[in-house]
Write a protein that binds this ligand. Sequence first.
Ligand code: FAD
Length: 391
Amino acid sequence: MSTTLETDICILGGGIAGLWLNARLRQQGFQTLLIEHGALGGGQSVKSQGIIHGGTKYALHGSLTTAAEAISGMPARWRACLQGQGELDLRGARLLSQHHYLWSPGSLISNLAGFFASKALRGRVEAVKGEQLPAAFANRAFKGKVYRLDELVLDVPSVLQQLAELGAGSLIADSHAQIERGANGEISSVQVQGGKIRAQRYVLTAGEGNEALLSDWGVSEPRMQRRPLQMVLVKGPALPALYAHCLGNSPKPRLTITTHPCSDGQWCWYLGGELAEQGVGQSADNLITKARNELTELLPWVDLSACQWATLEVNRAEPAQSGLVRPDSAYVQAIGNALIGWPTKLALAPNLSDLVIEQLARQAITPQASVSQHELTPPSVAAPAWESCFR
Ligand code: FAD
């Protein structure tokens, strides 16, 4: 490309945040171009567990935090999209589970007292027994308590695929896109494939990549933090579907299990929670041994003998907080003619889009550009961890 493309909004980074925003802006009449330097969602999004949180996990402390309030409307918003009645049409995306569950394996009821005292959660958490229990608990030896949450679990690659289709024509693959700084310190253009993109506003939704983009642009704020995880993957021919937070002795889940379909017909349990937080820095072998022991203790009737095991190291990238704590909601900051954002949760991608759209309205940015025709190569959707880790 040797020409300059003019557009209203240029988005850098095509994970859940950039793709959702791109689709929303186009729906509102903006011309957009989104530049992705690898595969769509290849940072965190395809490595996420796909849980559309409604805040219940955060209410385990007994009081609803700002995070729980910001996130509480998300399940309904995503459900509407999946049914074709929401802000974006995601009818082609795959729902893995209508519900995520909370599971207390033994006598940890005290942990739950404060949780159920939270008024905002009443009506959104329901105890389940007998035939209503998820298949993985269908065994006479099972003694725990299980609660159904008003939260869903999605197959993230299919969500990304749908969003990519909604953004068809606006997505550009470029591994060397570069921000050009103008004399006034603002972004003057983005260099791609030998040409330039100029926009009214630039939005940085590159996840962990925002840090390098900001540094290339010569801007030091906002600062970013990484919170690392080492996830464990267990793949087998007969693993029962399970989507649940297993409670331990702290307000954080001891284990969060989601179940994902693999292209070879097997299923993969993807294990997060404290196991993955405490697994950072451990050898993969040690962590796998710990995970195997946990599962054997919690679900001794599940046959793991034919399973394959793997781990995955991945960082959560977020705006810096004091003490590496989790930020409360989606985050967007305006710097010159750019907006820098991190959703902080996959579930909060709609919230991030709201914040960007509010900022554009506040800055009186309206659709101006005509359609930019180009023949630049579009990016593909990244392969999920359960396809790439067992090699
Ligand atoms: P990303 O998905 O990382 O996307 C950023 C994109 O920008 C990438 O595609 C990358 O290739 C691209 N990029 C990077 N640099 C550049 C550049 N210079 N130019 C152009 N493009 C660039 N949240 C939930 O709500 N529910 C969950 O169950 C959940 N589970 C999680 C499990 C794990 C193991 C992890 C790590 C996170 C989880 N999260 C979950 C959090 C969630 O995944 C993230 O908050 C969310 O995916 C971040 O989306 P993003 O679009 O900001 O970033």
